[in-house]
Design a protein around this ligand. Structure first.
Ligand code: GDD
Ligand code: MG
Length: 350
């Protein structure tokens, strides 16, 4: 059995105004299915071969998590963080939880904010990665074929094959390189890190002990002193607050010599921006993605979305227009990533 650990505590400001501090993108219905990416993530790992999921999230999101799980009829262990300490601490908690269930547990860490249209391929790859992780004693990543020199991802240099099943050792891992470096990585056949990790729980604890002992200690202390509250497990605030704020990519993946990679084929987007979301969605004959109460004329290669308010566009190309009941975003697709800066400005003005 693979133990899924869903980390769902991130913020996702570049999908404003749909993604808000109080309701970040992973919980919003952004997909054609009408579900949130968190719900889709849970559904991908509730079938055969998976243990009861562990969800690690910020305390602020406890009710939306509980509600969406209930809506799916899925039971999970919901662990609440008193504050955001980034992914290393969240993953440490998940790995320790799994190890307490079963010393030999193999964990599958899942980001909660990814769009993966080919769910069956993804799930099959996760199971393959789990076999590889157990067999080779590796922290396995799912390596995506890059479509360009993005600086938003971790880059994996595949090394020697570990077996005939498509698992490779990792020669180097580099998180979020600059543009120039990213270009050379793409040319050299590196893969993107999809942000999902598969590993024996004990191995992750060992690697954290070696490279980020303060993270491991904080996670362990926070779990030891955790308190059950309704259906939630509340981590101890004092202990957890001592965790350094660092992602798993910098804390462990750049340093470990026990990483592995599976070269995967499923379509994937971390929907980091409206433009990234546009890329993976099906387009109409004019190359548009139109969602909700919208109508357009002579408009091409654009993403127009509205929850309620009728939203119309005439004669534009390569734009993003997103309407919610209390806020509207208009940007070129090219500059959609700058919404993050805009949101920071809104915070300052508030
Ligand atoms: N519980 C919890 N607590 N979850 C968190 C926290 C936290 O403090 N911080 C981040 N997460 C969750 C997010 O919700 C998301 O599901 C996942 O961890 C990754 O965090 P991001 O902040 O979105 O990371 P990133 O996109 O910059 O980079 C990571 O993902 C890329 C692929 O999307 C890295 O793993 C990259 O190497 C990778 O390419
Ligand atoms: Mg991300």
């Amino acid at each position: 059995l693979v133990h899924p650990v869903v980390i769902a505590g991130g913020s996702g400001t570049r999908l404003w105004p749909v993604s808000r501090d109080s309701m970040p993108k992973q919980f919003v219905s952004l997909l054609d299915s009408g579900r949130s990416t968190f719900e889709e993530t849970i559904l991908r790992v509730t079938g055969e071969g998976f243990a009861r999921p562990v969800v690690v999230t910020h305390s602020d999101f406890r009710f939306v998590v509980a509600e969406q799980l209930a809506g799916l009829g899925v039971e999970a262990d919901i662990v609440l963080e008193p504050e955001r300490r980034d992914s290393a601490a969240a993953i440490a908690v998940g790995a320790l939880m799994a190890a307490r269930r079963d010393e030999e547990a193999v964990c599958l860490v899942l980001a909660a904010d990814h769009l993966i249209p080919d769910a069956a391929l993804f799930t099959a790859d996760c199971q393959r990665a789990a076999e590889g992780a157990a067999r080779h004693g590796r922290i396995m990543m799912l390596g995506i074929e890059p479509t360009g020199p993005s600086t938003a991802y971790g880059y994996i240099a595949p090394g020697a094959p570990l077996d005939e099943a498509g698992a490779f050792a990792v020669e180097r891992f580099a998180e979020k390189p600059d543009r120039e470096t990213a270009e050379t990585y793409v040319a050299e056949g590196y893969r993107w890190n999809s942000g999902n990790f598969v590993f024996p729980a004990r191995l992750m604890a060992e690697e954290l002990a070696a490279f980020a002992p303060a993270v491991l200690d904080a996670a362990r202390g926070a779990l030891d002193a955790a308190v059950a509250d309704l259906d939630f497990l509340r981590l101890d605030a004092a202990a957890f607050g001592a965790a350094p704020r660092i992602s798993i990519d910098y804390a462990v993946m750049e340093k470990t010599r026990r990483a592995g990679v599976l070269k995967t084929r499923f379509r994937w987007s971390d929907i980091g921006s409206w433009d990234a979301m546009f890329d993976v969605k099906d387009k109409d004959a004019s190359g548009n993605v139109l969602e909700g109460a919208v109508s357009v004329l002579d408009t091409r290669s654009s993403f127009v979305r509205s929850d309620e308010v009728l939203t119309t566009v005439v004669g534009l190309e390569d734009v993003v227009v997103v309407t919610t009941p209390d806020a509207v975003l208009v940007t070129s697709r090219e500059r959609a990533g700058e919404v993050k800066t805009l949101v920071a400005q809104l915070h300052r003005e508030a």
